[in-house]
Design a protein around this ligand. Structure first.
Ligand code: SF4
Length: 258
């Protein structure tokens, strides 16, 4: 038979509970309310980002694409050719390409082999020529030789990835864009705007959280300029950098190779 007092608290139990609660209150919380991971909190990163934007604007007043193009479709061609190639080399090759094929229609009608013959010095000739040919055919057949102005449509074009689609959105259509190229990925990790993330799509996702949409496109162009002039791969010139005191890597005075 169960006793009537079972399940009820006696005076002794209650005193014990209160003592336990008091002791518990003295202990530190096992987890902080807001977990501070190894990186900076979002608010800190936003503040850091605004300062980076301000300083790079001062340092590089003109933020523009380093690829030469006169039309949106030419930017699509150039950015495809720029994969694993320098912009300078692409800018040397494209005038020859446009001399022979001066329009979307002309490139759409060209055989990939004819395109490859010209773009070969940019490397990866066969696949670049194939992509350019397929992309121009799609523009010709589906978009009346125009370049679509939505991210989704751009991304659906042959050979066009997020980086290219963002570049066109920002440079051609003046819409919010974040271009996560090699400079952007390297600099944002060094500065501490992202924490050890190398995959372009993930870096882009993190940057959307901290970069004002209207600043993204120009900021990425300035990362390219800064990455070439000062924050050079494997030998960043921190002593000469305008970001040194706010950059995670620069302010730590690290000497190791990156
Ligand atoms: S301080 Fe050094 S690592 Fe940081 S952005 Fe400048 S050059 Fe790059």
């Amino acid at each position: 038979m169960r006793k009537k007092t079972e399940g009820k608290k006696t005076a002794g139990n209650r005193a014990g509970d209160q003592q336990q609660i008091k002791e518990q209150a003295k202990k530190p919380l096992k987890k902080p309310l807001k977990k501070k991971e190894d990186g900076r909190l979002l608010a800190e990163k936003k503040e850091l980002t605004m300062e980076v934007i301000r300083r790079l604007k001062e340092e590089y007043p003109e933020a523009k694409c380093t690829l030469d193009y006169a039309d949106a479709w030419q930017l699509l061609v150039s950015v495809r050719l720029a994969a694993q190639c320098t912009d300078a080399r692409v800018d040397q090759i494209t005038p020859k390409l446009y001399e022979k094929f001066p329009s979307v229609a002309a490139l759409a009608e060209a055989a990939p082999e004819q395109i490859e013959e010209i773009v070969r010095p940019c490397g990866l000739g066969p696949s670049k020529a194939r992509d350019i040919s397929a992309c121009m055919r799609t523009l010709h057949e589906k978009y009346n030789d125009n370049v679509p102005d939505t991210f989704e449509e751009l991304l659906a074009l042959p050979g066009v990835g997020r980086k290219s689609a963002n570049l066109v959105m920002g440079d051609v259509f003046g819409k919010p864009a974040i271009v996560t190229d090699t400079h952007c990925i390297r600099l944002t990790n060094l500065i501490g705007m992202v924490d050890d993330i190398r995959e372009p799509a993930k870096v882009e996702r993190e940057l959307w959280k901290i970069v004002p949409p209207e600043e993204g496109n120009d900021l990425c162009h300035r990362f390219v300029l800064h990455g070439r002039a000062v924050c050079v791969a494997r030998r960043p010139q921190c002593a000469e950098c305008c970001l040194r005191d706010i950059c995670r890597y620069g302010s730590a005075g690290m000497e190791r190779k990156i």
